[in-house]
Write a protein that binds this ligand. Sequence first.
Ligand code: URA
Length: 190
Amino acid sequence: MQYTWNDIERHVAACTHCPLSRTRQRPVMGRGDHQAALMLIAEAPGGQEDQQGIPFVGRSGEILDDLLRDCGLSREEIYITNILKCHPPGNRDPKEEEKEACFPYLKYETYLLKPKIIVCLGRVAAQRIISSDFKITRQHGTWTYRKNCALTATYHPSAILRDISKYEIVKEDFCEIVKKRTELYTHSSI
Ligand code: URA
């Protein structure tokens, strides 16, 4: 059976596959342009996202919007989602079993979107999507190619909240991502 975006959203809304379903306020489905070439994947909704059911509406979201704007991007032209669709209490790292329980939703989102570029925001997403030993400090901004998709990672916006000097580093990574998108559309070999 071919799932649609509405099907995924309905399944996420009713999901009880892990204990986070008992502590969440609202599940947080990915958002954005369903035709986007660029998919951003972070780790899990924070407290604000849990209350509103929308990704990146808290302080990390404000930083993300600044980064996007500084690189000439907007939320309307990208798709943003998380590995986990439910908030882990106290913002702790997602547990392995939670990531596994939630992963099928991310797979369906990726299958429907067919992004040309996937950007992992932070270590948790990079280690789940790119490589289990991914080191964000050493490898952010590097590219990996898989099927018809270019993958990269940069720091999570919350890392900028802890250390503002990272803003310029992440901005450079984002500007390279925009260049890559242009490049892929200009001489499309992947
Ligand atoms: N942090 C995340 O990883 N995801 C969100 O949606 C918000 C904050």
